[in-house]
Design a protein around this ligand. Structure first.
Ligand code: UD1
Length: 442
C-alpha cells in the first residue's frame, strides 16, 4: 500500500489543471447500461473508483476500453448479467448507480447493499422507494437488493431525505425513468452539477429530461437510447481542494479546467476568511487564482447540499482553519458524523473540539508533521492539506483512499513545488525514519 511523505512549509505556486469530475463520471458510466450504441466519454479521470466501476460494468456485459489518456469507450455487448457482487460494491458505494439502469433496461437487477462507511450510516431507502414508485418489485435478501420490472412506468417521486435530497438516488431514479413509459417527475431532486451533467449526457443520447439543476426534474420516457460522445465536467471538489492547499501554504495557484459557478459558495466562504480568489477569463478559458497572502479570519459554516458548501470539502476546510486567527465552527448537515479526520489532525497539533453537532477549531495554530492515517477519501485530502502547511515531515498512510477520488494528487502537488513523495508502505523506505536508527545511534 502506498503512502505519501510530505515535507511541509513550502508555498505552492504555479498552474494546475483539474481532472474530470469523479461524481459525474461514475453515474454517467453506469448509465451506459441503458444504451443501444457505443458511447465515447472524454475527461474521465484516471481513478481507482473509475477502474472499479469499469470492472463491474465488464462483469455486466459492457466492453469498456481506454481509448485515450482520459477517454473511455463503452459498448454493451451482453445483456444477460444483472448482478453487482459484494466484492466490487464494497470497494465503491457509487456501484449502486447500476441499480436503476439495470432494472430499466434488463428488467432485473441484483446489487449488493453498499452498507455503511467511514463517513457514517448511508442508507439507500430513497433509491428503493423511487424504484418501487416506478413499478419495480424490490426484495432485500442475503445482503442484496433485488429489483425486477417488465417495464418501468412514470410516476411522481420525492427524493427528500432527513439530510436533504440524495445525489446518487437522483441519478439512479432519473436514469431509470428515461426508459420508463410515460412521464416521471422527481420532486426534491438533488441540485448538484453532477446531476445536471448526467441529464445532459442522457439527453444527448435521446432522453427527454428537463428541469435538471432545479428541485423538480421531469423525464418523459423514451423507447431507447442511442450511443454518442460526451465530455465530463471538471471536478469541483478537486479544484477546491487545490485552492485550499494553495491558501493553506500561503502560496498562489492558478487552476484551469474549472467552472467557478459550481464553486460559488466555496469561493464566497474562502473570501470571507480573507483568502484572495480571482476569476480570470482568457478567451474561452476560465481560470481561478487562489492565494493566501495573510492570516485567515475565523469563520463559521455548515456543509449543506448544493449550492451550499459541499460536505466533500468540509474536512479540507477544517484543516485550513487550524491556522485562522481565532476559533471557527463547522457542522455537516449532510453527513453529521463526518469528522473522522479530526483525531488525525489533532495528532498534527490541531486543537479541535467536538461541540454540539459539530466542531470548534481553535485557531492560531501551526501544525507539525506527524504520521497519520487516512480514514476516507476526503479525510485523506484534508491530511494532505494539513501536511503541506505543517512544519516538518508527515507520513500519510492508506493513500488508496486518496487514489479513489483524486487523479495523482501527489504529482499535481509536486508540479506546484510541494515536497510530496509517494513510496511503498514499508517503514524502511520513509526518509529520515529508519526504525533501527536508535540502535545505530546507541
Ligand atoms: C454523493 C457523493 C458524495 C457526497 C454526497 C453528498 C457520489 C458518487 N457521491 O454520495 O461524494 O459526499 O453525495 O453530497 O456522487 N440518504 C438517505 N437515504 C438514501 C440516500 C441518502 O437518508 O436513500 C442520506 C444520506 O445518509 C446522507 C444524505 O442523504 O445523509 C445525502 O446522501 P447522498 O446524497 O445519497 O450521498 P451519495 O449520493 O451516496
Amino acid at each position: 500500500m502506498d503512502m505519501l511523505v510530505i515535507r511541509g512549509g513550502q508555498p505552492l505556486r504555479g498552474t494546475v489543471r483539474t481532472s474530470g469530475a469523479k461524481n459525474a463520471a461514475l453515474p454517467i458510466m453506469a448509465a451506459c447500461l441503458l444504451t443501444d450504441g457505443p458511447v465515447r466519454l472524454s475527461e474521465v479521470p484516471k481513478l481507482a473508483d473509475v477502474d472499479s466501476l469499469s470492472q463491474l460494468l465488464r462483469l455486466l456485459g459492457v466492453d469498456v476500453e481506454a481509448t485515450g489518456p482520459q477517454e473511455l469507450s463503452l459498448r454493451v455487448i451482453d445483456r444477460q448479467h444483472f448482478t453487482a457482487p459484494y466484492d466490487l460494491v464494497r470497494k465503491m458505494r457509487a456501484s449502486i448507480c447500476v441499480l436503476g439502469p439495470l432494472v430499466a433496461r434488463r428488467g432485473r437487477a441484483k446489487v449488493s447493499l453498499p452498507g455503511g462507511c467511514n463517513i457514517g450510516h448511508r442508507p439507500i431507502d430513497l433509491h428503493l422507494r423511487g424504484l418501487e414508485a416506478l413499478g419495480a418489485q424490490i426484495r432485500v435478501e442475503g445482503g442484496y437488493v433485488e429489483a425486477s420490472a417488465r417495464r418501468l412506468r412514470g410516476a411522481t417521486i420525492s427524493l427528500a431525505g432527513p439530510c436533504g435530497s440524495t445525489v446518487t438516488g437522483t441519478a439512479n431514479i432519473m436514469a431509470a425513468a428515461v426508459l420508463a413509459s410515460g412521464v416521471t417527475t422527481i420532486t426534491s431532486a438533488a441540485l448538484e452539477p453532477e446531476i445536471v451533467d448526467l441529464a445532459e449526457f442522457l439527453n444527448g443520447l435521446g432522453a427527454q429530461i428537463t428541469g435538471q439543476g432545479t428541485p423538480e426534474i421531469r423525464i418523459e420516457g423514451v423507447a431507447a437510447l442511442s450511443g454518442g460522445k460526451y465530455s465530463v465536467i471538471p471536478d469541483r471538489i478537486e479544484a477546491a481542494t487545490l485552492m485550499i492547499a494553495a491558501i493553506a501554504t500561503r502560496g498562489e495557484v492558478t487552476i484551469t479546467n474549472i467552472q467557478p459557478t459550481h464553486l460559488e459558495s466555496v469561493i464566497h466562504l474562502l473570501r470571507e476568511a480573507g483568502a484572495d480568489i480571482e476569476i480570470e477569463q482568457s478567451g474561452e478559458e476560465t481560470r481561478v487564482v487562489a492565494a493566501g497572502r495573510r492570516m485567515l479570519r475565523p469563520i463559521e459554516f455548515s456543509a449543506t447540499p448544493y449550492p451550499g458548501v459541499p460536505t466533500d470539502l468540509q474536512a479540507q476546510l477544517t484543516a485550513l482553519l487550524t491556522a485562522a486567527a481565532g476559533d471557527s465552527t463547522v457542522t455537516d448537515a449532510v453527513f453529521p458524523n463526518r469528522f473522522m479526520h479530526v483525531s488525525e489532525l489533532c495528532r498534527m497539533g490541531a486543537r479541535i473540539e467536538h461541540r454540539g453537532d459539530g466542531v470548534v477549531i481553535r485557531g492560531r495554530n501551526r501544525l507539525s508533521g506527524a504520521s497519520v492515517m487516512a480514514s476516507d477519501l476526503r479525510a485523506s485530502a484534508a491530511l494532505a492539506v494539513a501536511a503541506l502547511a505543517a512544519e516538518g515531515q508527515s507520513v500519510i498512510r492508506r493513500v488508496y483512499h486518496l487514489d479513489r477520488g483524486y487523479e495523482r494528487l501527489d504529482l499535481k502537488l509536486q508540479s506546484l513545488g510541494g515536497q510530496v513523495e509517494r513510496i511503498l508502505d514499508s517503514p524502511d523506505s520513509i526518509p529520515g525514519s529508519d526504525p533501527t536508527a536508535f540502535l545505530k545511534a546507541a
